[in-house]
Design a protein around this ligand. Sequence first.
Ligand code: HEC
Ligand code: HEC
Length: 423
Amino acid sequence: MKFRIFFIYINIFISFNLYADNNVHQWSEQEISILQTLSIDSLAERPDEQSNAFTQNHDAIALGHQLFFDSRFSINQKVSCASCHVPDKYFTDGLKRSKGVAEVLRNAPTIVGASYNTWFFHDGRADSLWSQALGPLEDRSEHGASRSYYVYQLHSDAELKNAYEKIFGDLPNVTDQKRFPKHAGPVKDRKMKKAWQAMAKDDRAAITLAFVNIGKSIAAYESQLKPAASKFDHYVRAVKQNDDKQKNKLFSQQEAQGLRLFISKANCIICHSGPLFSDSEFHNTVTPPRSLKNYDWGRYKGASSVLRSKFNCFSQYNDAKDKNCDELTYIRRDKEHTIGAFKTPMLRNISKTAPYMHAGQYASLKEVIKHYNNPPTTKIGQSSLLAIPITLNEAESAQLEAFLHTLDSAVDADKRWLVPPRH
Ligand code: HEC
Ligand code: HEC
């Protein structure tokens, strides 16, 4: 009798475990099609960057690589794009808020895979990768100089000048300092702005065109940086092939359960969708504001900035043959959907890019998950999170976190793009 009970017990134990094993790696047809939408295999071969005719130009990529790492392109000669987008930190800086010439108000996102975005910056105030690059160059706290200064820097280095002219044609002859003051641009600095306004219209246009080309070269370089396939992507391939051995080898039960939560009960997929785990849209996730007095309006201001931008899709610098600017034409500007809303960030390699959120509000993924599990009651704007809380228990929170780690991967790029150019 005793033996029999033991036997039944063992049987239940075994079948329970078998059941759990199978169950966690067993996905319905519908789930499999959802998983495939998240897989890197559904990322287009090349991002659609028609607004930049030089995206695939090898010389432009190489020039962009030089400029990305060159700290001469800043007012104090100390800041380059790579100061805040550090290759070893998956092209972020590990700081809550970045420091250039001065501290900035936001956290540096990665640029790996950024070429696939529709909008750039946390508030989407740029609508192309090349126009994004012009932002930090003329920002007071980042590179801190002006467009005429950058053209001057290009012009004064024979190698850079040659590289530029081979791609884009002659640089304006900035040696004539009467026509081309060294520090001039439509920036906040009053002296630089005044010098800019005093320049002839054609000279301003020539400087601006060269400045735009700097942005297009840097964007061509950035487009080379893509996320490689992660453990998650290999798992989805195994799921698709129904390869039980591979499934078990690739994902622990915990990771598989975390993935299931991600696409179901935890609702993450509502916004973190597609192969980069971002819907490219703006949402108010009631992240505690950096400052209530100096509130960051997010998309509310970002939307009007991109419409005002001289470098947006409508501009003469857009290289596309058939300009399609629907994103701008139908841009959402209503307060309800834009105040305190920020762009859904990509989640690939998320474990390597702490701290999190637009101003680095959270130090760890644990804190982020805790936020979604128990969101603060919003003070400003309207929450985009579902009214019904997701209520994950501790084990589930750990599963979700374990899953997020499966999105780690290397950067898919030629090795030389991951280090500064030789000089
Ligand atoms: C002082 C640090 C700093 C410097 C220097 C800097 N960045 Fe950034 N970068 C940031 C921060 C912070 C953000 C987010 C800013 C925002 O949303 O307002 C950002 C955003 C971006 C984005 C947008 C990514 C996305 O998904 O929206 C790209 C691309 C980028 N930077 C590329 C560059 C390039 C190219 C340069 C050099 C020309 C550069 N950055 C210089 C800190 C910096
Ligand atoms: C309503 C849309 C939405 C939902 C649902 C959502 N997110 Fe987010 N997520 C965002 C937005 C928007 C941000 C950026 C917020 C900010 O910067 O303040 C973000 C930020 C994050 C970040 C930080 C990324 C970074 O680089 O700083 C992580 C991690 C994250 N979400 C994971 C999750 C997980 C896990 C879930 C499910 C529990 C989830 N999100 C649900 C929209 C959403």
